[in-house]
Structure formats: C-alpha cells, structure tokens
Write a protein that binds this ligand. Sequence first.
Ligand SMILES: *[C@@H]1O[C@H](CO)[C@@H](O)[C@H](O)[C@H]1NC(C)=O
Ligand SMILES: *[C@@H]1O[C@H](CO)[C@@H](O)[C@H](O)[C@H]1NC(C)=O
Ligand SMILES: *[C@@H]1O[C@H](CO)[C@@H](O)[C@H](O)[C@H]1NC(C)=O
Length: 215
Amino acid sequence: MQALLGIFFFSLLTTGASLDCVVCRGETFCTGRKEPCPSAADVCYITLAERPKDNTTVTKVVKGCLSPDLCKIWFEIDLGQDKHIRESTVCCSKENCSPDSPELPRMPPDVNGKFCPSCYSKNDVCPEEYVYCTGGNAFCIGFITVTDTNVVNSTMKGCISESGCQTLQSMNRPLSAFPNMRNVTCSQAKVSQASRAAPSLAYPLLVLLLMKLLL
Ligand SMILES: *[C@@H]1O[C@H](CO)[C@@H](O)[C@H](O)[C@H]1NC(C)=O
Ligand SMILES: *[C@@H]1O[C@H](CO)[C@@H](O)[C@H](O)[C@H]1NC(C)=O
Ligand SMILES: *[C@@H]1O[C@H](CO)[C@@H](O)[C@H](O)[C@H]1NC(C)=O
C-alpha cells in the first residue's frame, strides 16, 4: 500500500514539473518568451529550414515545444535547377536549454545513378523534367502547398532520402518551411538510363584493352 502511494506521489511530482521552452519564429535568428509545454510535447526544439523563393533562397528558424518522436527531422530535397529544400531540427529536454543552431544537411554532389521528376511550380502544373539524385537520396517526393483558402499555390518534386520522405508523409506537424504542405507522395527513384548504359559501353573497351594486352 505504501509503495503504491509512493508511486502515486512520485508520478504526481514528475508530471507536475512541466518544461518551459522559448517560442518564436524568425528568418535566421529568433528570441521569444518562455512558455510551458503541454505534456505531449515535452522537449524544446529549434528547427532551421531553407527553401527556394523565386530565384533566391529564404531561411526560417522556429523554436518551441515538440513531441520527442518528431526530433529526428533532417533532410534535403533536391528539386533540380539548383533549387533545394533543407530542414534540420535539434531537441533538448533540459529546463533552460538552448541547443545550438542546427546544421543544414548537404548531400554530397556525386550522382547515385537514380533520377526523379523535378518541379518547382507556382500552381498544379509541372513541366516534364527530371533531376539526377545525389548522395543518399534514393526516393522521389512530390507535394503541393495550398493557400489559407485551400487553393494550390505550389507543386514541388525532387529527390529525397527514404527516411526523410517517410517522416514528411507521416508527420502531423506542418513542415516549418511549408506550413500548408499537402498530398505528400513517396516512391523509389528510378535507375537512370545513363548509369545502365555505362557498363555496356565500358565492356567492349575492356575487351579491346584485354586483347591488346594479350596479343
Ligand atoms: C528568375 O530568373 C529567370 C532567369 O534568370 C528570370 O527570367 C526571371 O525573371 C527571374 N524571376 C524573378 C522573380 O526574379
Ligand atoms: C501559399 O500560401 C500560403 C498561405 O497564404 C503561404 O504561407 C505560402 O507562402 C504560399 N506558398 C507559396 C509557395 O507561395
Ligand atoms: C490532394 O489530395 C486530395 C485528397 O486525396 C485530392 O482530392 C486532390 O485532388 C489532391 N490534389 C492534388 C493537386 O493532387
């Protein structure tokens, strides 16, 4: 009985101590008031996001309370034509924590033999274009964004990692770079003709080389 009571009071104590996090939004830096977190979102986070806007790149910093299972957000979407979306989140569960500004992911520039449809459009129409994927980006993502009145105001397609795509697809939290993101699709990237053609081109050359060496 005493042990049960002990557990009861212990859990009262631990759930009673709610964490306070700075809540703010900014472009490259933000400060704000500390607010108590709801019990379902009991870690502080800082998200850094970068996305194209017309011909430039804009960044956004968001701080607040988050559910711990949403802390592992780290991805890069390559939209082709030198346009990227990058996002990274760091979390901290201690009171008064201030994690450093997250590093934005940067895929190694070497192509990996896969390709995806590529799009950065201001409506729901995309030209038929493709982008060669790099690094660990072996999945294709597609999504739309909508205005507050549910009108499609952009369509984006490109290469992403499998885990990045699945996170975005299953995430209830709106992507901080695109709060009105909808209809996220994920599919395995296709193997490019170019990389399949390479061995068949190289093979006769190798045979020639061998013949030259042997003769
Ligand atoms: C973006 O760049 C293209 C090509 O350089 C140019 O035609 C277009 O006007 C630019 N758009 C904006 C909004 O600056
Ligand atoms: C689409 O509309 C939303 C809501 O007005 C806005 O926040 C967002 O920046 C717009 N997206 C684009 C790509 O214009
Ligand atoms: C987005 O998904 C909704 C619901 O599945 C669908 O009705 C709508 O046509 C989709 N929009 C686009 C642009 O694909």
